[in-house]
Write a protein that binds this ligand. Structure first.
Ligand SMILES: Nc1ncnc2c1ncn2[C@@H]1O[C@H](COP(=O)(O)OP(=O)(O)OP(=O)(O)O)[C@@H](O)[C@H]1O
Ligand SMILES: [Mg+2]
Length: 322
């Protein structure tokens, strides 16, 4: 049984200007111990999915339809106190711009200890402190930093502290939303390497969220590609990189620079991102797609199996699969 299963999830934001269709009929599953990358351009709905799973959406957001099963229970049916049991203890999140989530008034150590005690009230504060020291060692931070305030940390140190915080209650799933975007590539590789070795050691599942395809290729076993709120391609990383089936995925890959590339040769995806207040009725990518036909304009394609398919899971939502 999958650890996490999203079934037919659609979510809207009701704003002063109208209704934003941020996630549309999304189905996705993740097994225990697996890493999944959600990739897509800004505004494609990645963070919205994460916030829906943890039920941290604002009041003006509406889950129009769908179910979110975690360890066999539909999270959308839980009461708020039941959901508080799930957050941090079972599913933890490293938030986008996590660096700003630490309170400047308290030492980082005090904040991590307090988080552990809030979620594990039976633990003594001495045991919580010992746990924090272990976690700091795990993410490669010296314990002396626990007595320091957030402003005394560098960006990379804060990011590691947030990962330590996410690991504090030994969750089954961590959702890491752009965990290393603000860091240099060397620090990024180190932190992701550490998170991956912790995942494998503990048999945890991780959802990595990023717009950076090159980063996803390093860490995710499977990749889901989001475009304008729709999952347009899904598959194991090797298949997806070797033979992208959706024209949008192919476009994303063509836009990834490599050392050998002449940057003037990188290909951009032409056209404008979709207006989510009024998305196209058919395929949401069709206005930017060189393969689009009348059918694409009229009918939204379902996820269809691809030719290159190691495990039968490689699928793409396109009437003209590459
Ligand atoms: N709190 C909110 N209120 C209103 N609209 C929102 C809110 N959060 C997201 N949206 C809208 O929903 C859509 C999806 O946004 P989301 O933040 O999920 O995208 P994202 O893929 O995480 O983007 P990024 O890569 O920039 O973080 C966007 O059009 C965005 O404007
Ligand atoms: Mg986001």
């Amino acid at each position: 049984m999958a650890l996490l299963e999203l079934q037919d999830l659609s979510l809207h934001y009701h704003t002063g200007r109208g209704v934003i269709s941020a996630v549309n009929q999304l189905s996705l599953a993740l097994d225990a111990g697996e890493s999944l990358g959600l990739v897509g351009e800004s505004g494609s709905g990645k963070s919205s999915i994460a916030h829906a799973i943890l039920r941290l959406l604002p009041a003006y957001a509406q889950i129009r339809q769908g179910r979110i099963y975690f360890a066999g229970r539909n999270l959308l049916d839980l009461t708020e106190p039941q959901m508080r049991e799930v957050r941090w203890r079972q599913i933890a999140m490293v938030f986008q711009a996590a660096m700003n989530t630490l309170n400047p008034m308290y030492t980082v150590g005090a904040q991590v200890v307090e988080t552990i005690l809030t979620h594990e009230p039976n633990m003594s504060s001495k045991a919580a402190r010992a746990r924090v020291e272990e976690l700091y060692a795990l993410v490669g931070l010296p314990c002396t930093l626990l007595r320091r305030y957030p402003h005394e940390y560098s960006g990379g140190m804060k990011q590691r502290a947030c990962i330590a915080l996410a690991l504090a209650c030994n969750p089954q799933l961590i959702i890491a939303d752009e965990p290393t975007t603000a860091l240099d590539v060397i620090m990024q590789a180190r932190i992701l390497g550490e998170l991956e070795s912790i995942r494998k050691e503990r048999g945890m599942s991780v959802i990595y969220i990023s717009h950076d395809m090159a980063m996803m290729a390093q860490v995710a076993e499977r990749i889901g590609v989001m475009y304008a709120g729709v999952l347009v391609e899904y598959g194991c990383t090797i298949d997806l990189l070797a033979a992208p089936a959706h024209p949008y995925t192919a476009g994303l890959l063509a836009a990834v620079p490599s050392m050998a590339d002449d940057v003037t040769q990188l290909q951009e995806i032409p056209g404008e991102p979709v207006d989510l207040y009024a998305p196209p009725a058919g395929c949401r990518f069709y206005p930017r797609c060189s393969r689009a036909t009348a059918q694409c304009k009229e009918q939204a394609p379902p996820l269809l199996p691809c030719r290159r398919n190691r495990d039968g899971e490689h699928k793409a939502a396109c009437w003209h699969l590459l």
